[in-house]
Structures are given as C-alpha cells and as structure tokens.
Ligand binder design. Sequence first.
Ligand code: KG4
Ligand code: ZN
Length: 335
Amino acid sequence: MSNKDAYILAIETSCDDTSASVIFNSKVISNIIATQHVHQLFGGVVPELASRDHEKLLLRVIDKALANSGISLRKINAVAVTAGPGLAGSLMVGVNTAKAISFGLNIPLIAIDHLNAHICSINGGENTVVFPFLCLLVSGGHTRICLVKNWFTINTIGETLDDAVGEAFDKIAKILNLSYPGGPIIDQIAKTGNKEKFKFPTPIVDGFNFSFSGFKTSVLYFVQKELTKNQNFISENINDLCASIQSSLISILLDKFIKAAKTVNIKNLAVVGGVAANSELITCLNELKKQKNFNVIFPDIQYCTDNAAMVGLLAWEKYQQNIFADISLIPYAKQ
Ligand code: KG4
Ligand code: ZN
C-alpha cells in the first residue's frame, strides 16, 4: 500500500436505501444496500419512517460492509457520506454517523453530492470514461442533462420542470394499481406487452428541459375514461399499457438527450440513476451504440439505484485532491 492508496468507507442515506460500501482507491470491495420495505404500504417514501429505519439499520449495514470487505474499521483512511440533496432527516442520520467515525478515528470526512455520485457510478464497472461527456441523470427525484467536464465541473443544461421520470413511473404504477416502486414493476410487465397499442401525447417543453406531470395526468384521464366503458380495462390490458407507457417515457428522454448531444456536439454519452436500469432504455442505448454515432456508457445495474459504492467512487476522486469537509458539515435537502 503506497502513501496515496486509501480505504474509504462510504455511507448513503439520502432516501429509502440504507447503504455502506468499502472502496480501495477506485475499486469497490463491498457494497451493502438495505432497501426499506416499510414504504410499500404507502405507495411512496414516508420521510419520517425513512429516517427511523436508517437509524435502526445503518450501524448493522456498516458492520456488514466492513465484514464483507475483510477490512477492519481501524484500517479505513477516510469516511465519505452523502450530504445532499435528499430527505433532511435521512441525510442527518448518515452525516452524523460519518462525523462520529471521522472524529473517533481522526480520519478525513468527505462530503458527497448525491447527484454527482450517481454520475460517478459509471466508474464502478468496466467503462472507460472520456471527458467531457453528456450525462442523462434519471432517478426517482431528478431528471437532468449535465455536461461533465471533469468530476468537479458539472453543468446542468436541462432538467425537469415538475416530476422526475422515476416519479412518473411510480405515480403511473399507482394509477394502474401496481405497487411501489413502480419503475421496475412496469419494466417487468412491459416485457410481454405491445408498445404500439396505446398512444400518449409527448409534452412540449423548451430547450433541453422535461415535464412529466402532464404526461402522468393524460394517462390518468385515459384510464379513467376507459374504466367507465369496461371496469376490467386495466387488468385486461396491463401488459400493453405498461409497454406503451414505458416506451413513451423512454422516447421523451432519449429524444431530448440526443437533441442536446447534437447541439453541444458531444459524442460521449452516459446514462445514470435508478431509471438507467430500465430494459427498454438499455435496449435503445445499445442500438445507438451499434449505429456508432455515439459512445454510450451506463453503470453496472447494481450501481443504478441508490448505493454507497457510487458515493465512495466520487470520494476517491476528492480524496486524491484533498477536498475534505469537517465536523461543521450540515446536510442540505435541495441542491
Ligand atoms: O436513483 P434512485 O434509486 O433514487 C433516487 O435517487 O431517486 O431511483 C429510484 C427510481 C424509482 O422511481 C424507481 O421506480 C426507478 O428509479 N426505477 C426504474 C427501474 N428501476 C428503478 N424505473 C424504470 N425501470 C426500471 N427498471
Ligand atoms: Zn439517487
């Protein structure tokens, strides 16, 4: 182990996943994710319940991440934590735990932005990252297009004006009587559906911005109208509904993203965040790659939804530049 090498313990508690990871330089050694199931009963994340579950789970998750890595806490050289954006109470659990570890072991504390960590998740697999690249960040809380010049210079050139695309998947799943989180369920059911069966309007939004709230409402009105004619409409058409809705959402994303890439004249593209696990999106991206017009990379599927490994990967970049926080770190709910 040279002077520059580092074991980093990373913590993620920004929403409803309690996660800890151990990284050695840029290599993920362990990554434990405890997804909180308590929210399923409510069809969405309940902030107060999320913080309570983080408090219950975090130390056990950290112990497991250390045990799986074979590295003892004493050997850890720095501790990294998501400082925001996210749910205020949930962030506080992770940040206060990281502060205690940093203080107790006298090791540096590294504050990580959750969205930038999602972007850095592409470092977790076999990808070769070439700067600058254009990144489509699609999660439950955010939808944006970022121009990534390097890990510390990330400019947003477009974003959603209302709901995030993951949120649209989740809310539409609720309309279709499916459980939470809706994205992976719609993805699964859509596999045996006809995506041409139903047509939904494409939102018209300026520039590289998005809007998904109107789209969700158009699905709601369409389903309500059909239910007045046939009360079994949803169950009889669920596969075609999921396939058509998913296909529309993915083309809204990709049309804007490709338009942005052509405008800023960048051929290196990345897609990250929970919705990057979507099979239709992955198929379309692989098609783009085949046409060789763009180089497209996306994270290993295990690093798409919230996880601490992506926090550790960005922390390693900061560690090498000595960019550290201190005990006065305060989590931020909004970026
Ligand atoms: O990145 P993430 O774990 O959390 C946030 O930072 O928000 O993303 C969670 C979101 C949820 O909205 C979930 O429905 C969506 O990602 N998601 C998917 C898929 N897997 C997760 N959406 C569509 N298709 C999937 N396969
Ligand atoms: Zn996230």
